[in-house]
Design a protein around this ligand. Structure first.
Ligand code: SAM
Ligand code: SF4
Length: 327
């Protein structure tokens, strides 16, 4: 079992398949992009399958979410899903949706259960301004394909940025309600590669709710149903449709966090904001047995801190940006 000194058990593994991406979302990456990891540094498909197998069979991992960078840019994604679905873990994917129109069906057939698609606006000009690419139609087509392939409930993740897409909360929710997608707004976190995050500039969960209330009636859903899920859920116009708000910064949920992350270059991160990592790739390539890898992984999770500490004056943004950690 992966348990930390505060008694939290990690059962939800996030696996980053690449740090590359075909968008440049302003809250994540600079417009000019980043230097990608060299290919030999990336875990191979065989290495990923082996580590996921150890996580599930020896360490109690129950859910595996593939992420990135943009995971659909990883050529072997269907193969990796098919091989790891044999472990019995529940498999899901976080993607910007580009490529999903083509891949949703094969991924569902390979054993993928659900997708989260990131969509911050349904206005083309705003999309280009925010993501620096003209790909809104591809993302919308990807969402439709995901629903058609049964990767449901299709969840949509949105980040609002002041002066860019903060006028989009209501139209975005309307679009998601019309299509049966479950929308969740995520507070912007200090994980952008360009270190441009400022607390005063961030749109808080309170503000997100105030913006949504301009168009909808919201009532808090049963908090018991939340469990370890990060999103606070609100019934929209009396339900049954819901909208989620993930107040990662102002309403932290570190006390019930059950996640652990494996980066595309084989590092275990016990928290999004961890400043230390544990190198499974070196051990793996150095000939470690499954048992030794499991021991190393257990030790990495044991050292997890109580919380992310963003409000602490000594807070340091991790060197790795979100695109190289995986959301
Ligand atoms: N490229 C895929 C995507 O966009 O869904 C997967 C990787 S992306 C890093 C995973 C999630 O992190 C996305 O939902 C994205 O909106 C979110 N994200 C990225 N940077 C963020 C930030 N600074 N604050 C909050 N969420 C962020
Ligand atoms: Fe790419 Fe996802 Fe980051 Fe946007 S949030 S730049 S889609 S990795």
């Amino acid at each position: 079992m992966l348990v930390d000194t505060f008694g939290r058990v990690a059962t939800d593994l996030r696996v980053s398949l690449t740090d590359r991406c075909n968008l440049r979302c302003a809250y994540c990456m600079p417009p000019e992009g980043l230097d990608w990891l060299p290919k030999p540094d990336l875990l191979t498909a065989d290495e990923i399958v082996r580590l996921v197998g150890i996580g599930v069979e020896r360490l109690g991992i129950r859910e595996v979410r593939y992420t990135g960078g943009e995971p659909l840019l990883r050529r072997e994604i269907v193969e990796i899903v098919a091989r790891t679905s044999a472990t019995g873990a529940e498999l899901s994917l976080t993607t910007n949706g580009i490529g999903l129109a083509r891949l949703a069906e094969p991924l569902a057939e390979a054993g993928l259960r659900r997708v989260n698609v990131s969509l911050d606006t349904i206005d083309r000009d705003t999309f280009i301004r925010l993501a620096h690419r003209d790909r809104l139609d591809d993302v919308l087509a990807g969402l439709v394909a995901a629903a058609r392939a049964g990767l449901t409930p299709v969840k949509v993740n949105a980040v609002l940025m002041r002066g860019i897409n903060d006028h989009e909360a209501v139209p975005l929710l309307r679009h998601c309600l019309e299509h049966g997608y479950e929308l969740r707004f995520i507070e912007q976190m200090p994980l952008d590669a360009q270190h441009g995050w400022r607390r005063e500039g961030m749109i808080t969960a309170d503000e997100i709710l105030a913006l949504l209330k301009e168009g909808f009636d919201l009532a808090e859903d049963d908090p018991e149903a939340r469990g370890s899920a990060p999103a606070e859920r609100f019934l929209v116009d009396g339900g049954p449709a819901v909208v989620g708000v993930i107040g990662s910064v102002t309403r932290p949920f570190c006390g019930s966090c059950d996640r652990v992350r494996l980066t595309a270059d084989g590092q275990i991160r016990n928290c999004l904001f961890a400043t230390e990592e544990s190198d499974l790739r070196a051990a793996l390539r150095g000939g470690a047995s499954d048992e030794e890898l499991a021991e190393r992984w257990i030790a990495a999770v044991r050292g997890k801190k109580a919380g992310h500490g963003i409000d602490d004056p000594s807070f340091l943004q991790p060197a790795r940006p979100m695109s190289a950690i995986g959301g």
